[in-house]
Design a protein around this ligand. Structure first.
Ligand code: FAD
Length: 270
């Protein structure tokens, strides 16, 4: 439970963080530390240098940006959950943040850390995929915008380069529902289902049904062709390859995906 030896630097700006990431092979950003530090203690991660961005308060905000809401990557889950603008313009994101972990986790963990970590069991990634959110990253070559659907590439893997900092998450103004099944209160999702409604159509994405968040395309296609909610939800596990672990077998996860999708659609569309 003792991490391997590492160096530690505090970044005073995003540009300095990018520079520090480029200075050492195997450098990693530290935001809230709620996902990275446990991995380091188990020695699953052994960064040579930790670049602490936790004090970059200019990356902590929620603001209107045209027809979207921009959320700074360093915004804590608690602040996302209690933001008045999000409560009106995108209650799905606020409610999802409110259901992450416990109050201690929500006061320290950040939305950017949750996304950049790329954990298929994390709640916010599936919600951002269903919302067709945009993620903004800054690196040595400047800034780029990545569609949430292209961002997650594998288990704890994303398209972010080693020298890039995720700076902002942009979500549309939309309604939606996120439901998750967990064994104990405040636990990680065994399976989660996000339904986002915008421009008259429903987008559905699943948590913990594969190595990345999975867009439930068969459900969306069934709804678009006029299927009722129950019939569309029956297609939720199509094309998924969920893990079998101590929380649930793959078969039980596929059953959960169908049941939770029906419940989420009933809430979101009625
Ligand atoms: P860190 O741990 O600091 O970083 C995580 C990873 O992201 C690291 O690789 C880091 O280098 C990278 N990173 C961080 N910020 C950036 C950035 N801006 N740009 C690029 N890379 C970056 N999550 C859920 O979704 N649902 C839960 O129910 C849940 N329950 C939890 C319960 C417990 C007890 C704990 C400890 C955690 C739980 N979490 C849960 C995870 C929690 O939400 C973490 O806060 C989050 O996953 C990571 O955010 P962080 O700011 O702590 O990131």
């Amino acid at each position: 439970m003792i991490p391997a030896k590492f160096d530690y630097e505090v970044a005073g700006s995003v540009d300095q963080a990018v520079e520090l990431l480029g200075s050492t092979d195997g450098a990693k950003l530290l935001a809230g530390g709620h996902s990275l530090l446990p991995l380091m203690k188990l020695r699953f991660a052994q960064p040579k240098l930790l670049v602490d961005i936790g004090r970059l308060s200019d990356l902590s905000y929620v603001r209107e940006d045209g027809d979207r809401i921009a959320i700074g990557a360093l915004t804590r889950h608690h602040d996302v959950a209690n933001d008045k603008l999000l409560a009106k313009a995108n209650p799905l994101v606020a409610a999802t943040a409110a259901g992450i972990g416990d109050p201690q986790v929500r006061h320290v963990g950040t939305i950017g850390g949750s996304v950049a970590h790329g954990d298929p069991a994390a709640d916010m990634p599936a919600v951002l995929v269903a919302l067709e959110a945009e993620l903004v990253a800054r690196g040595p070559k400047g800034e780029r915008t990545i569609a949430a659907g292209d961002f997650f590439t594998g288990f704890l893997e994303t398209t972010l380069d080693a020298e890039e900092v995720l700076t902002e998450i942009r979500v549309p103004k939309a309604e939606g529902v996120y439901v998750k099944f967990h064994r104990r209160s405040q636990d990680w999702a065994t399976v989660g289902v996000a339904v986002a409604r915008s421009n008259g159509s429903a987008h559905v994405a699943l948590t913990n049904m594969g190595q990345t968040p999975v867009r439930a395309e068969a459900v969306e296609a069934a709804l678009a062709s006029g299927a009722n909610v129950a019939d569309a939800a029956e297609k939720a596990a199509e094309g998924t390859s969920p893990p079998s672990d101590t929380a649930a077998s793959a078969e039980f996860r596929q059953h959960l995906a169908r049941v939770l999708t029906r419940r989420a659609l009933e809430q979101a569309l009625n």
